[in-house]
Design a protein around this ligand. Sequence first.
Ligand SMILES: Cc1cc2nc3c(=O)[nH]c(=O)nc-3n(C[C@H](O)[C@H](O)[C@H](O)COP(=O)(O)OP(=O)(O)OC[C@H]3O[C@@H](n4cnc5c(N)ncnc54)[C@H](O)[C@@H]3O)c2cc1C
Length: 380
Amino acid sequence: MADRNHLEWPFFEQRHRTLEAELDQWATANLSAAHGHDVDEACRVLVRQLGDAGWLQYAVAGTIDTRAVCLIRETLARHSGLADFAFGMQGLGTGAINLFGSSAQKQNYLTRAGKGPAIAAFALSEPHAGSDVAALRCSARLDGDHYILNGEKTWISNGGIADFYVLFARTGEAPGSRGITAFIVEPDAPGFQVAERIEVIAPHPLARLVFQDCRIPVSQRIGVPGQGFKIAMSTLDVFRTSVAAAALGFARRAMEEALRRATTRKMFGQTLADFQLTQAKLADMATGIDAAALLTYRAAWMRDQGRRVTVEAAMAKMTATETAQRVIDRALQMFGGRGVKRGEIVESLYREIRALRIYEGATEVQKLIVARELLKGRPG
Ligand SMILES: Cc1cc2nc3c(=O)[nH]c(=O)nc-3n(C[C@H](O)[C@H](O)[C@H](O)COP(=O)(O)OP(=O)(O)OC[C@H]3O[C@@H](n4cnc5c(N)ncnc54)[C@H](O)[C@@H]3O)c2cc1C
């Protein structure tokens, strides 16, 4: 049983508490079985299940309730990393359409992504442009009533199974970040190719995409030309806090596992939990989780008040992901040899958490965001 004391914090309203309790019940009933080895199929099934049950609506809603999205990701992550991934990607993959799309684009893509039949993806990173995203090279050239895309995207979650990709390409209105435009690309567009499926330590659908004279109608452009970087950053601003929430879910699950293990494992005539070394570990883990949760829900609450949260979201993301990694590592240590055995929950959490410290801005990038704000306007 998860510790739910944080739901009493003043960041939440009654609807959030009800939502969390209902989702936890749903997840217990629907997500306890193993997903099997076909990760593409598992993701398709999860998107359908989450859509049928109405949870995806929270990821694609016209006005995002950030606290609800965070509670959903935290709860799903506690039950299943892949379910959290499926939910999170529907949000990230539709965020740009939600914030900047035309009414026709919203009607088409948000409706289908919110109900679950259409899988969404967010295609920003390239082999030469990850952290330095403004260096992206993929180009889009206007040709009559079409754009012609040429270039590559890599590390694209849901790559290979997505029904549409929100893609960022250079249109050249200005150098650097001001010459980028956002588009929606469907995989049947001529010249679109899934060039490589990428396997990672915690299996998720992931791919490298290649565009060779790929033609897409002008009506698939999101917003105005040259606005793409702003669109990408605004989308990340919404969902970065939810990555912190997912990390929190992984950490809470590790804490539950650690407590169970510490209180049942017999050694030296006592249990593991009787030793003060273990108690110190548990205290550090619990304190780290609360600190990460406070930062996460502060950022979510502030965003729901209509405030700018670039710094708060960065603090939340780096603290929650780094803390979760430490909490999971300590939990795994308490399991001894069993901790590294395939199929153990702490073993899969250990693999699941790692990429969260890298994607949607690595920890170092989050630190730069915070520092930039601190130093803004100072002489020197
Ligand atoms: C599982 C997974 C899923 C992903 N899904 C998506 C997706 O759906 N869509 C998408 O567009 N991208 C996605 N990505 C890509 C992700 O956003 C990039 O991997 C990330 O931005 C880092 O870029 P990079 O891999 O090119 O690393 P690099 O940019 O080469 O950075 C390498 C490392 O350098 C360090 N670093 C970065 N900047 C600085 C700095 N200024 N000073 C000091 N050190 C620094 C960081 O530790 C960083 O990890 C995904 C990645 C992974 C692993």
